[in-house]
Write a protein of this length. Sequence first.
Length: 278
Amino acid sequence: MPLDTTLCAMTFQGNASNGLQQDAFFFIDDYYQETLGITPIYHCDDAFCVAVSDGVSQSNVSQFASLQVVKTIKTLWQSYLENPNQSAVIDVAKIYEKIATLPKRYYGASATLALVYRAFAKDKQMNSSVVIKNIGDSRVYHFSQATQNWQCLTRDHNLLNQLVDEQAAMENRQADFSEYNQDSMASPMYALTDCLTVDSDLDNNPMPAHDSQTLTVSSGDCLLLCTDGVHDLVPCGDWQGIDKDTDLQDWLKQLRKQIYASDGQAYDNATAILVRFE
């Protein structure tokens, strides 16, 4: 049997200067795009899927791109639940195709993605692994019960990290993960190099780079998926720890307080999904 899992999601518009909620998320069986909300705590002992998507604010219609991302994930996840033997559980190429071919009035809108799913356990085996996929600067963090620390698992697709890779290549080596996602650099360095963009001219809008990894989790471990309105304002070193008695809603509400109290004062939309393995 898989590890029992407890999940909760939170989203809020914050003090976004454009007055729009451009985040969207998929939680268990449906998608949402709300100005303010927190879900009931959900318990799951088998397959699950959660995702966040951030509409990139350069466009005032990017909320339609992020919404289409999570709508497509719902369709793909339902298809998997109905036919668990299919080869791909969540195919990023299918999400890309749906976004790229949105109507012309949404041209130029774009969105990020951070997604975590656990497939059905096969042959009654213990399924203690999850799949993590990401595009852009929405992230997935891991809280290890063993070390009691939060750690980022995903590499942002931005100019800064591209330069890190180019420098490592010049030195004939692989970049160390610790070199990625550095803070306090000039803001142009954080320009996204890859995201899901509305533009049906696929020669000019190729499939974005995306990362996929499988993580083995232990009892007591947690994952947090979040948009940049969370991690840009409150670094993971300032997040609370979690144990088996932590109320996940209370933990997320405390994170929201930290975001509003930060130097950035919630200048962006913020969405976070917390997953605890038990």
